[in-house]
Design a protein around this ligand. Structure first.
Ligand code: NMN
Length: 181
């Protein structure tokens, strides 16, 4: 029987518990989920601190922690392109064939809908706390971020000295601080 595949794309900066819950939900609907790590070219900024490779590690280990079997997912880093109108074709070229798209991102929703895809908004779990923005804020301000992410993310962030990376990125150049009006 032909497999039903779905696509889920997120920047995953970093991978948090909301991602894992959504992946589990989508796997109730499809046989295989293609997980696109979005904006793969970005790293070392406050909004996108982790490299695509680091995010792949977080996700692979987190899925294993959650006993999600390899045969049910593909993890594919996806670089952004300049042209929104042809982005779905770019994504298609990089992924196994899929018939469904799961996204809460209005632009992603719009672009795939225009291409005739079945787009579903996955349930959002505790969106107030389970967001990359909240996790990065807490990392930077020495608040409890560890409870919002899988153990895998805690381990990888520690391995790559991620908290110090964020703190360093938040520092201003002395020349910026001294800028005169
Ligand atoms: O909802 P988030 O976590 O931001 O993930 C969506 C991802 O899809 C982002 O990485 C975003 O850059 C990407 N995306 C890329 C294009 C493009 O390359 N033109 C268009 C729409 C979304």
């Amino acid at each position: 029987m032909e497999k039903k595949r779905g696509l889920l794309i997120g920047r995953m900066q970093p991978v948090h518990n909301g991602h894992i819950q959504v992946i589990k939900e989508t796997l109730k609907d499809v046989d295989e989920i293609i997980i696109g790590i979005g904006s793969a070219q970005l790293s070392h900024t406050l909004k996108d601190p982790f490299t695509a490779g680091e995010r792949v590690m977080m996700l692979t280990q987190a899925l294993s922690e959650n006993s999600i079997k390899h045969r049910h997912y593909y993890i594919i880093p996806m670089e952004d392109i300049q042209l929104n109108a042809v982005w779905p074709a770019h994504v298609k070229m990089m992924t196994p064939p899929f018939s469904k798209v799961f996204t809460g991102n209005p632009l992603v929703d719009r672009l795939f809908r225009e291409e005739g895809y079945d787009v579903t908004r996955p349930p959002l779990f505790n969106r107030e706390e389970l967001s990359g923005t909240e996790v990065r804020y807490r990392m930077l301000h020495d608040e409890n971020w560890e409870s919002l992410v899988p153990q895998a993310t805690v381990d990888i962030v520690s391995e790559v000295d991620g908290i110090q990376r964020l703190k360093d990125l938040s520092k201003k150049e002395v020349s910026d601080l001294k800028k005169r009006e």
